[in-house]
Design a binder for this molecule. Sequence first.
Ligand code: FAD
Length: 400
Amino acid sequence: MTGSDAAQPRDFDAIVIGGGAAGLMCALVAGQRGRRVLVIEHANRVGKKILMSGGGRCNFTNLGASPRNFLSANPHYCKSALARYAPADFVAMVERHRIAYHEKELGQLFCDESSKQIVRMLLDECAAGGVRIETSCSVTGVQRRDDGFRIATTSGEAVAPSLVVASGGLSIPSMGASGFGYELARQFGHRVLPTRAGLVPLTLSGRHLDAFDGLAGVALPVEARCNGTSFRNAMLITHRGVSGPAILQISSYWNPGDELRLDLLPDRDAFDWLQAQRAERPAAELRNVLADALPKRYAQRLCETAFASRPMRQYREAELRAIAAQLGDWPLIASGTEGYRTAEVTLGGVDTDELSSSTMQSRLVPGLYFIGEVVDVTGWLGGYNFQWAWASGQACGNAL
Ligand SMILES: Cc1cc2nc3c(=O)[nH]c(=O)nc-3n(C[C@H](O)[C@H](O)[C@H](O)COP(=O)(O)OP(=O)(O)OC[C@H]3O[C@@H](n4cnc5c(N)ncnc54)[C@H](O)[C@@H]3O)c2cc1C
């Protein structure tokens, strides 16, 4: 090869920026359809978020995934891709690769052994499609020309008629997250809707944090409600506020200043139960009665801060009604979130109004595609975000 040949940009049918869940899925589908695909990943390995997901066991999909499990300024956008690539389709691939898995709860599927198996599977499928993957490779410039895109990288130049942006969101910067996709979208005239951390612990401050002093590690089932949405699951008290699945879920619906309410006894009618307790154990103190339904230290704290604990027989019906009402509609005054450092996802992103919901292609720039978390589609906790990554990746891979 002469020196001038070496300087020639390498030629592909599609270049995918980002070797995460969506990028790898898109690449393997396009590769297996005979397309020459290059994946550019700036981290030293692909699929880092897959590896750390689900506590190392990757909650790779949710059997019940449907459009109602996703947040977006346009709730219809995700429908087409989700309908064309169902959880069962991904499960079929997992089974073909003989990866053992189990359902944990609420349709959530996890690997029995390790998330590494999912990354291995995606890499094997990419290899079967002849996909070229370059890690530790950074994009230094993107230009659109008549015949497609010219990408300058730290490993040289590459050209392709199609460019797929699969660079993910802003959560967990230490894992390679970057704002690159949003910047590229803006460079090509796309609107980017405001981003914020989702599926993230909430922080408390002042007397609201003091009320939980010494309770870090205590967990209890709650129903968390905000802006017309509610989730029933565990809440965990942390040193700086609250976390646990119920809180992570509702955090995606919460904006600073919004009202957040908790039902602390979600599995029972609090008033009926308190009345029954009064009849059965008239001499028992309220704090001991509450300790049967709530973690003991938490019940104790409620009786120090909100209710004066007396023997049950001393409460009139109206008082029990008032206590029940408070337990069922407890205000949680959050001051903020733990931010992108710990958030599982980024809400907002590339506006779907300017993308095709069947191919993920830009309506402004032919040949430019956006898939996965960089797009303004965000799933609930429980395998939904990977399902969106697989589904949007597959829709795009089939269009390249
Ligand atoms: C701790 C944690 C646990 C999670 N657990 C689950 C779970 O169990 N189930 C679930 O459904 N979802 C889970 N999620 C969410 C899920 O990981 C993401 O929604 C999903 O990975 C998004 O896929 P993506 O391909 O769009 O982005 P990513 O998987 O983030 O991939 C984007 C890739 O692009 C690369 N990149 C970024 N910028 C550039 C650049 N300039 N040049 C080249 N490459 C670049 C990144 O390094 C990364 O590899 C979890 C998230 C976190 C943080």
